[in-house]
Design a protein around this ligand. Structure first.
Ligand code: SF4
Length: 130
């Protein structure tokens, strides 16, 4: 059994917007429309998107996982995706079997932790910066 892990090489698919983060997707009425190929957020793009308080409610961004700097980090993994899977279990079952085409799967903390179950509920997540 492994002990608490304070570091991870993975990235968080529900991060605050910042220069250098990945624009993961755009929030739409039926979930996230994932942006592919991978698009890194430049200072100009961030300016174009606007710096309003609710930017993360309109877009999803990915950045390196903050581990101990995030309230969702358990010391071993991310509690948020566990909670989302639990609350969206039925929705997850109803989702199509094929996974969304996203640009970060190889480095995604949620996928590393929960596999395809994470991807089935991922489109439903709206980032809460608070
Ligand atoms: S949970 Fe799945 S769909 Fe969402 S960002 Fe990670 S790999 Fe992509």
């Amino acid at each position: 059994m492994s002990g608490p892990n304070e570091t991870t090489e993975h990235c968080c698919p529900s991060s605050p917007a910042s220069t250098g983060s990945v624009l993961l997707g755009i929030v739409g009425p039926s979930g996230i429309a994932y942006v592919t190929p991978r698009m890194t957020v430049s200072a100009d793009l961030l300016e174009d998107l606007g710096r309003e308080e609710d930017l993360e409610k309109r877009y999803r961004f990915a950045d390196p996982c903050a581990t101990t700097g995030c309230k969702h980090w358990s010391g071993r993994d991310c509690r948020l995706i566990d909670q989302v899977i639990e609350s969206g279990e039925e929705l997850g079952r109803e989702s199509e079997a094929s996974l969304p085409k996203c640009s970060i799967r190889a480095s995604c903390q949620w996928f590393a932790q929960r596999g395809p179950s994470a991807c089935r509920v991922c489109p439903l997540v709206i980032t809460d910066r608070a």
